[in-house]
Design a protein around this ligand. Structure first.
Ligand code: IVH
Length: 699
């Protein structure tokens, strides 16, 4: 692959993964299956390996998905929590679906440890990670994983989970220690909750993991107590702990009354490990809660310390993930669904069948090629799999059960929603409805996208937006800003307070930075980071409107596909009119003062940062950019200098020393910049930043 194409593909993969992360960790409504997610991640890892110059520190390959919720308190009943730093970063686990890679893990461990050692094999619970701190035998704090560095404080909620003790029993617990584990919702509680939600006409949760995550972040701790959540703990951490092994630590934790799984097993070799995996691959189906794999850990804590961590995961543990469970069910009919971008997805309606704790009635067939490949027909029996997604997918058909006389389905040639003739671009698997601005489903999708959290961040659920559309109040995104209180009061269930809240949120959205506004417009292929890059490069909407394909290609991360898409979006007079109306409504159409260049003292300098600074790392990176520099994730001979804060990564420091790259401190760095650097000082005193430091001193 050429560098230019790799750039686009990497950006697309990162956008997809970040979006999937957000749906999974924050929205609690997964977009794609775990398997598909892992495949995207593998593709990105491989490409970054091939093009190391394209690696950035914020790549999803280098950080764990964040569950930090930055939504306003009112939205979807989830609260904004106080946030605290984790004493030890909360990392993820390397995972594989391939038993051979487990063998390789064991071989690597053997080689590097040398002597005799053991493994702890455990179930991989499918819930949300939690970190509990006990001080003097009392539950002191509970934090979610957050972004791995900072987590949401859910202590009050956790106190209402019945199997988490607020006081330890027994004797001998360390004065202070952390214990990490998973909060999950057993199938029974999940079914009960979803039945209740359906009765109340609320959207049911897609799976127990999402239900657990959503429940843990409720505003009212008493409500949390009613959700039937449970906890299992699997990792003890602290300073100078007296345990020789992971197993000994967990056994002690059990004696102190903490919930630890009794399904663990100490294995001596790969034969034992494989036997454990085989056993639980079938037996897990009888468990009353969801598991998605097996975790294999080196048991001796000394060896764990020797093996250490990568940026994202421990080297002393690995997860073997189970392939999704399957059901066999009869295909009753096939629908063709139109998505936000106009993509047509064939979906099979099935005879209801039980699968991983829920009843499946619909399953995705992805696209026309996939239908052809499966050779699926109405009346066939199909194998259905469920990952994390709401709609499971069909992975094959049972040919032996095919009845004579079945017909191949005919893929539609026109949009089932608006009747426009479907098109299919070269290199694309899906058929599309080209009627972007006239097809009701696409319009609604664009409207939802526009108000979304990463776009204009206006408080409005999909159902509300649908009502706006159905009542004819809103036909394009500019219409939102013409809505008035009288119209809003006509909406079903809306009172003055809800109308006021919506209008306030709409008003506040006018402060949204330009790059988010550009993203909100929903131009195809212009994801969050591409919008940022284009906004920064051109500075304002008028320059983007005037930009030719060639001009656009000069912007970082913009390739031909994106450039063509931007040019064609702005070539449509309807879109120009929308932009003008949004401008008149007061939306930001140029980058803010803070985003403008401050100086060019760092021009042509590629800088790598590592460690902690007096301001956040993002702020530091921003400072580099507004002074003309470029950020990079890894030290190479092209690096101008390594900007090292407190606890800078030893690997980076070593690489810099090896390559003779200069290492400078924050103080030295600031001395290089023009003196009146308002931005960084402002950042250090923003409420969010000072909040965190106050809470940190309390910890
Ligand atoms: S150990 C340093 N053990 O799976 C990481 N994790 O996909 C130590 N998980 O982040 C994690 N069951 O939230 C560990 N028995 C188990 C687990 C487990 C579930 C979760 C955990 C982790 C995620 C990785």
């Amino acid at each position: 692959m050429e560098l230019e194409q790799a750039k686009i593909t990497i950006q697309e993969l990162r956008d997809k993964i970040n979006e999937a992360n957000n749906h999974y960790y924050v929205e609690n409504a997964p977009l794609i299956s775990d398997y598909d997610y892992d495949m995207l991640m593998n593709e990105l890892i491989a490409l970054e390996k091939e093009f190391p110059e394209l690696v950035t520190e914020d790549s999803p390959t280098r950080k764990v998905g964040s569950d930090i919720s930055d939504k306003p308190v009112q939205q979807r009943g989830s609260a904004k929590f106080a946030q605290y730093y984790h004493r030890y970063p909360m990392l993820s686990l390397g995972n594989t679906y391939n038993i051979q890679e487990i063998e390789e893990f064991a071989e690597r461990a053997s080689k590097s440890i040398g002597g005799v050692f053991t493994y702890s094999c455990e179930l991989k619970f499918d819930g949300v990670a939690i970190c509990l701190t006990y001080r003097d035998g009392v539950l002191y704090r509970a934090l979610t994983r957050g972004d791995g560095t900072i987590g949401d404080d859910v202590t009050e909620n956790v106190k209402h989970i019945s199997n988490i003790p607020q006081k330890l029993s027994g004797i001998g617990w360390p004065q202070e220690f952390e214990i990490r584990g998973e909060i999950y919702m057993p199938y029974k509680a999940f079914d009960r909750l979803n039945q209740e939600r359906e009765r109340e006409e609320e959207q049911p949760f897609a799976n127990p993991r999402n239900a657990a995550s959503g429940s843990l972040k409720l505003i009212d701790p008493k409500e949390v107590g009613k959700r039937g959540l449970e906890c299992t703990l699997y990792h003890v951490l602290g300073e100078n702990l007296p345990f020789p092994t992971h197993d000994a630590a967990l056994k002690s934790a059990m004696k102190w009354g903490l919930p630890v799984s009794d399904k663990r097993r100490i294995c001596r070799n790969i034969v034992d490990i494989e036997e454990y995996i085989r056993y639980w691959d079938t037996e897990r189906k009888l468990l009353p809660f969801a598991t998605d794999g097996i975790v294999i850990k080196i048991n001796e804590l000394g060896h764990q310390r020797e093996l250490g961590y990568t940026a994202k995961a421990p080297r002393w543990a690995v997860a073997y993930k189970f392939k999704a469970e399957q059901a066999l069910s009869k295909v009753l009919s096939i629908d063709y669904q139109v998505g936000r971008t106009g993509a047509i997805t064939p979906v099979a309606n099935l005879e209801p069948a039980p699968l991983s704790g829920t009843i499946v009635k619909r399953a995705s067939l992805h696209n026309a090629d996939q239908m052809e490949l499966l050779d699926i027909r109405v009346g066939d029996y199909a194998y259905v799999e469920k990952g994390g997604e709401i709609i499971p997918k069909i992975t094959g058909i049972e040919e032996s059960k095919r009845q004579p006389g079945t017909q191949k389905p005919v893929f539609p040639t026109v949009c089932p929603d608006c009747g426009a003739t479907l098109v299919r671009n070269e290199d694309e698997a899906k058929w599309f409805c080209p009627n972007t601005d006239g097809c009701p489903t696409q319009i609604k999708g664009t409207l939802v996208h526009f108000l979304g959290r990463k776009a204009m961040n206006v408080i409005a659920g999909d159902a509300t937006i649908e009502q706006f559309y159905n009542l004819g109040y809103v036909r394009n995104v500019a219409d939102f800003y013409d809505l008035n209180a009288y119209q809003l009061l006509q909406l079903e269930g809306w009172k003055e307070r809800s109308a006021q809240r919506f209008l306030t949120s709409l008003q506040e959205s006018k402060e949204t930075p330009f790059e988010h506004v550009l993203f909100a417009l929903g131009i195809r292929y212009v994801g969050e980071s591409t919008a940022k890059s284009i906004a920064k490069h051109f500075g304002d909407i008028d320059s983007i409107m005037k930009a030719s394909r060639e001009d656009l290609l000069k912007a970082p991360d913009v390739g031909e596909i994106i450039a063509d898409s931007v040019v064609s979006w702005f070539a449509d007079p309807k879109h120009i009119e929308i932009v003008d109306r949004l401008r008149k409504a007061g939306l930001k159409m140029k980058v803010g003062v803070a985003d403008e260049m401050v100086s060019s003292v760092l021009a042509d300098k590629t800088i790598v940062i590592s460690g902690n600074f007096s301001v956040s790392r993002d702020e530091m990176k921003h400072l580099i950019e507004v002074n003309g520099g470029k950020n990079s994730g890894s030290v190479s001979s092209k690096t101008a200098f390594l900007l090292a804060g407190e606890k800078a990564g030893p690997e980076k420091l070593k690489k810099a020393a090896d390559l003779g790259v200069q290492v400078i401190s924050e103080e030295e760095f600031r001395a290089m910049l023009p003196s009146q650097d308002v931005k960084a000082e402002e950042a250090a005193t923003t409420p969010a930043a000072s909040n965190i430091s106050i809470q940190l001193t309390l910890f």
